[in-house]
Design a protein. Structure first.
Length: 358
């Protein structure tokens, strides 16, 4: 807490156009005492503080330069987050004060658990890391208060797993992830930990493969969303960049020329790429992408394969089958995409290209 008593005494004195001698005389103290107050070498006794405040027609808190802080939960959390952004150690003491004030608040307990986790990891401080573990465990009890859909008991277990890993408890870390791997949410971490730290690379393989498949699926769903986002902004250059990157990535995941589900996704991506290229005036490139999309869609629909067996890097995927919400066949998915684009000229060009391919 920073006070500005010395500066304020000097400021009030000068406002009244008083010398140090005159102020000392009015207060019944020595000139040396006033000098030491203003230079910060000493501070007035409590009874003198009241007398000085009264003399200057102000309050003691104003004389001290004290401002009441907003210590409500949200304001305190904002202050702690600001400290964390600069790695200010004040965040730790603020967090402990907040926990004393709000010991049964999920927002406070979970937020402070994150603070101790970050600072403990950064400074390799086991005491802070164990404090984080304790707070994360406590936050599970308070989960009914949680209003953030991104936080659940599963995600908190993931947070704790990281801390156990930092504390050198590798087996406990992996075990916790395995026990809470709903929907394969931690498959990537489990696979990486087993392969890198658990001396069990073969056990890691199915987890890594599952993570890769989920990651690819999520990635291309996100790319689809990005295209429509950039379309709304008319940012065709960014749309082109993300589609070009996505189609290159797809090409790198295919292991051979056989028909598989990646081919269906690739055809869909090429349709979007063709559309964006047309909007940028790249007519020749647009027609080339459209032709490739027709060829891939027809190839997939001739012998559809909804498995990911041929996908590079993915292992033990023989039993997996995937689908997307656009349509069962490649032609159905592309029709859905063109309908969503709602561009009559592009739809006409696609239909003409389809006729020419027959």
């Amino acid at each position: 807490m920073k006070l500005s008593l010395s500066e304020n005494i000097r400021s009030f004195r000068k406002q009244r156009k008083l010398t140090q001698e005159k102020l000392a005389e009015a207060l019944g103290v020595t000139v040396g005492a006033v000098y030491k107050w203003e230079s910060g070498q000493s501070q007035p006794e409590l009874n003198l503080l009241v007398k000085i405040a009264d003399f200057f027609d102000t309050s003691v808190d104003v004389l001290l330069g004290y401002r009441i802080r907003d210590n409500r939960l949200e304001s305190s959390m904002e202050r702690i987050n600001a400290y964390c952004q600069t790695y200010d150690p004040a965040a730790i003491s603020e967090a402990e004060m907040l926990l004393c004030k709000y010991p049964h608040s999920f927002r406070a307990v979970y937020g402070c658990a994150q603070v101790f986790s970050v600072y403990g990891a950064g400074s390799h401080n086991p005491q802070q890391l164990r404090r984080a573990l304790e707070l994360f465990e406590q936050s599970k009890v308070l989960l009914s208060q949680n209003e953030d859909p991104r936080i659940s008991e599963t995600t908190i277990c993931g947070d704790q797993s990281v801390i156990w890993h930092l504390l050198g408890e590798k087996e406990k870390s992996i075990k916790l992830l395995k026990e809470n791997n709903a929907g394969g949410i931690f498959s990537g971490s489990i696979g990486a930990f087993l392969s890198i730290y658990g001396n069990a690379p073969e056990e890691a393989a199915p987890f890594l493969s599952e993570a890769l498949v989920y990651g690819v699926s999520g990635l291309f769903t996100a790319i689809l969303g990005y295209v429509f986002l950039y379309r709304s902004r008319k940012d065709w250059s960014y749309a082109l960049d993300i589609l070009s990157w996505g189609t290159d990535l797809l090409s790198g995941l295919k292991s051979d020329d056989k028909s598989d589900y990646l081919e269906k996704i690739h055809a869909e991506m090429l349709v979007l790429l063709s559309y964006v290229q047309a909007r940028l005036g790249m007519q020749e490139e647009s027609m080339g992408s459209m032709k490739k999309a027709h060829t891939m869609a027809a190839h997939f629909d001739l012998m559809p394969d909804y498995s990911l067996k041929p996908m590079r890097f993915a292992e033990n995927m023989d039993q997996s089958a995937v689908f997307d919400i656009l349509g069962t066949t490649a032609s159905e998915s592309i029709s859905s995409l063109i309908s969503l684009l709602n561009d009559q000229e592009f739809a006409r060009q696609w239909n003409e290209a389809a006729e020419n391919e027959k």
